[in-house]
Design a protein around this ligand. Sequence first.
Ligand SMILES: Cc1cc2nc3c(=O)[nH]c(=O)nc-3n(C[C@H](O)[C@H](O)[C@H](O)COP(=O)(O)OP(=O)(O)OC[C@H]3O[C@@H](n4cnc5c(N)ncnc54)[C@H](O)[C@@H]3O)c2cc1C
Ligand code: SF4
Length: 334
Amino acid sequence: MNPFTFIQPKDVDAVLAALAAPGARPIAGGTNLLDLIKEGVMRPSGLVDINPVASAGLDVIEEDGDGLRLGALARNADTASAPLVRERYPLLSAAILAGASPQLRNMATNGGNLLQRTRCVYFYDVGTPCNKREPGTGCPARAGINRQLAILGTSEQCIATHPSDMCVALRALDATVHVRAASGGRQIPFADFHRLPGDRPDVDSVLQPGELITHIVLPDARRFAQRFEYIKVRDRLSYAFALVSVAAALDVAADGTIRAARIALGGVAHKPWRVEAAEDLLAGQRATESAFARTADRILQGARGYGQNDFKIPLARNAIIQALTRALQKGEQR
Ligand SMILES: Cc1cc2nc3c(=O)[nH]c(=O)nc-3n(C[C@H](O)[C@H](O)[C@H](O)COP(=O)(O)OP(=O)(O)OC[C@H]3O[C@@H](n4cnc5c(N)ncnc54)[C@H](O)[C@@H]3O)c2cc1C
Ligand code: SF4
């Protein structure tokens, strides 16, 4: 048994003061953190329940001058079903609905979704070594059970993937994460929020101890609201994490020329994977399967498998081509 304190501050300043204590962690929906505590993977010295401060703007889903503002404490289910999100950011809605189960989405929050931890089996099993759980102990996944794991951006230390669906759409749509600490606030572009493992696989994101995610902002994405697709390939139809997922959106001119493309992948790296240079290959082009294939090859440049997950490279290529094709067709059906 690892003892920890549990407090429920009544305002955001009190939350930030409590989070400044060493080893303190916020708890939101608890759908990932409580599992990790029960398994002995995470051992916070104190839990700070942030739910009582939801009404201080942390549960909003609204548009303002900057775009769509998603409170960190807004539930995944409420976010996906909000008319504003469904009409103007349908790619985000589709990605969220591809994740977990209705019960989990009712509990899970937007902030917690960003910080959920990898599902690598060794990470959850405290009886095995794992550099992410205990730095310096090794990575049995490289030559072991790695069907679920990464093919891009890996390191000698870790080949884990980030398991979120929502984050794949947030990456494609250029989100910004807004955080606050007792010492002040800052904004983090989504591209920089999650880390590649490098030689510090134990550190998942650039969030510092004591920092609280307050909200996420998405710029106006209406030009990508007609032609979009979220494909999630998984071992079971529901309640399973992605082997590979693709969030794709196209902005197509009346003459069929692509004005802009957005493509991000999940299940393939330690963070949602996006290669802007590959999207640029499509800009100004006619939408053809060969153009989509060239883009897929550019996104997957440098991909490598570790045995059980070799299949992910052709799988991801096909999923990218299919997502772009379906996004295009969706626009034609409207
Ligand atoms: C069986 C199962 C299946 C699932 N399937 C999927 C799936 O297919 N796709 C998918 O994307 N997800 C899936 N999930 C994961 C689920 O989406 C996450 O557990 C959930 O989004 C986490 O949100 P939470 O609010 O419960 O976070 P919590 O568990 O409360 O917290 C998670 C982490 O975030 C931190 N945190 C929470 N809020 C903040 C904040 N505002 N600021 C700073 N830190 C914060 C916590 O300290 C903790 O470290 C699944 C989960 C389960 C249990
Ligand atoms: S891939 Fe990462 S999380 Fe999995 S065993 Fe290796 S170090 Fe641990």
